[in-house]
Write a protein that binds this ligand. Structure first.
Ligand code: NDP
Ligand code: MG
Length: 385
């Protein structure tokens, strides 16, 4: 039995992880579940999966959870401190990192320090703290299995010890505004941006997919995960989301990973790795596909992608600033405080004001992240609608 912690168990990735666990009775033991505000769902999950420990990171939600909780012997902890304590206290084989945003960074680093293998969905951790993640991983030898569908695809296509990997072809659906005119993007509403054509995901990543910032974050994520430089990571718009990414080799061979647009597949691969196992989920029917298309991304319309490449190339603390600023921008857009095209404008504005430095440790990263958020708030104040 693989002992699992699922951080962000109440979210899109978290709930799909639990579906995967259910598809393999007897293979996984849920030891730890952590959620933030959705204490009702967390309580249902505790009743169903009987973890040893539940952490509620939001204080008010923790109090509500405790008021209703009747589970005998269940250890219930509060806050990020509770998450860190639980990771130390309970023996674990793997942690699924599925909190959204920069909140996921600290527990991810903690898990790696403790030598716990990581199924990593939280791309913000690698974008902001890639260097710290590498350091912690090298020290403990823990494995990092990507959950992000593109990176899972690449992971599966990279031949161990290959000497002639040429480039990574990172596919992107293009989001809901792929065919829109640039001028129309200024008037996009949160409701329009929250309608992703192919994937059902949490709100933050759905907005990131609409601006293509998500693809930008994934370019930086790929650079950290696979050590491929930015000149050899090419983003390819592929609206059907059937090919989840590809790897080109120097002999002209291209290996791709194809499948339904179902996050349970990459989640499962990370959970059962190094084995591949049959599951009951729907399979791809090629006879039903109308065709596969590929386009070059329009960087004029989606400046966030070009910005992420530039910031990734600068490295050091620049990606952490991009990430922190973007989180504030997305939240402000969802509250209708700024417009859709203000998101990349805000992020560029904050990035330009930053002088990149090497990130020394987590406290330093937090300081930089807070600075970026403060600057981003400043932009929101100035541009508020
Ligand atoms: P959701 O918004 O659906 O879920 C986020 C989870 O994190 C919830 O459990 C939420 O708790 C918890 N959470 C939110 N804020 C905090 C916080 N401040 N502290 C602690 N926990 C918090 O997001 P997704 O599942 O879509 O995404 C999770 C991560 O996976 C993101 O980093 C995303 O980029 C990545 N990812 C997601 C994909 C997808 O298909 N959804 C695909 C690839 C990557 P609660 O709901 O209880 O408040
Ligand atoms: Mg992805």
């Amino acid at each position: 039995m693989k002992r699992l912690a699922i951080l962000g168990s109440t979210g899109s990735i978290g709930t799909q992880t639990l579906q995967v666990v259910e598809a393999f009775p007897g293979r996984f033991e849920i030891v730890l579940l952590a959620g933030n505000r959705n204490w009702q769902l967390l309580l249902q999950q505790a009743k169903k999966y009987h973890p040893a420990c539940v952490v509620v990171t939001d204080t008010a939600a923790y109090e509500n959870f405790q008021r209703e909780n009747r589970e005998q012997g269940l250890v219930v902890l509060c806050g990020m401190q509770g998450v860190l304590q639980a990771l130390e206290q309970f023996p674990l084989d793997m942690m699924v990192g599925a909190m959204s945003g920069a909140a996921g960074i600290e527990p991810t680093l903690k898990a790696l320090e403790l030598g716990i293998d990581l199924a990593l969905a939280n791309k913000e951790t690698l974008v902001s703290g890639g260097g710290l993640v590498r350091k912690a991983q090298t020290k403990s030898g823990a494995a990092i299995l990507p959950v992000d569908s593109e990176h899972s695809a690449i992971y599966q296509c990279i031949e161990p010890n290959s000497k002639c990997l040429h480039k990574i072809l990172l596919t992107a659906s293009g989001g809901p505004f792929r065919t829109w005119e640039k001028e129309a993007l200024y008037a996009v509403t949160p409701a329009q941006a929250l309608k992703h054509p192919n994937w059902s995901m949490g709100r933050k990543i759905t907005i990131d997919s609409a601006t293509l910032m998500n693809k930008g974050l994934e370019v930086i994520e790929a650079n950290w995960l696979f050590g491929v430089d930015y000149d050899h990571i090419q983003v390819l718009i592929h609206p059907q989301s059937v090919i989840h990414s590809m790897v080109e080799y120097g002999d002209g061979s291209v290996l791709g990973h194809l499948g339904p647009a179902d996050m349970r597949i990459p989640i499962q691969y990370a959970l059962t790795w190094p084995e591949r196992r049959s599951n009951p989920f729907p399979k791809l029917d090629f006879t039903q596909l109308a065709g596969l298309e590929f386009f070059v991304p329009d960087l004029e319309k989606f400046p966030a992608l070009a910005l992420a490449y530039a910031v990734g190339r600068v490295g050091k603390s620049a990606p952490a600033v991009l990430n922190g600023a973007n989180e504030i921008a997305v939240a402000a857009f969802l509250k209708e405080e700024i417009g859709f095209m203000d998101i990349p404008a805000l992020v560029a504005w904050v990035v330009e004001r930053h002088v990149p430095v090497e990130i020394e440790n987590f406290a330093h990263l937090l300081e930089i992240d807070q600075w970026a958020r403060g600057q981003a708030q400043e932009f929101v104040k100035q541009h508020q609608r």
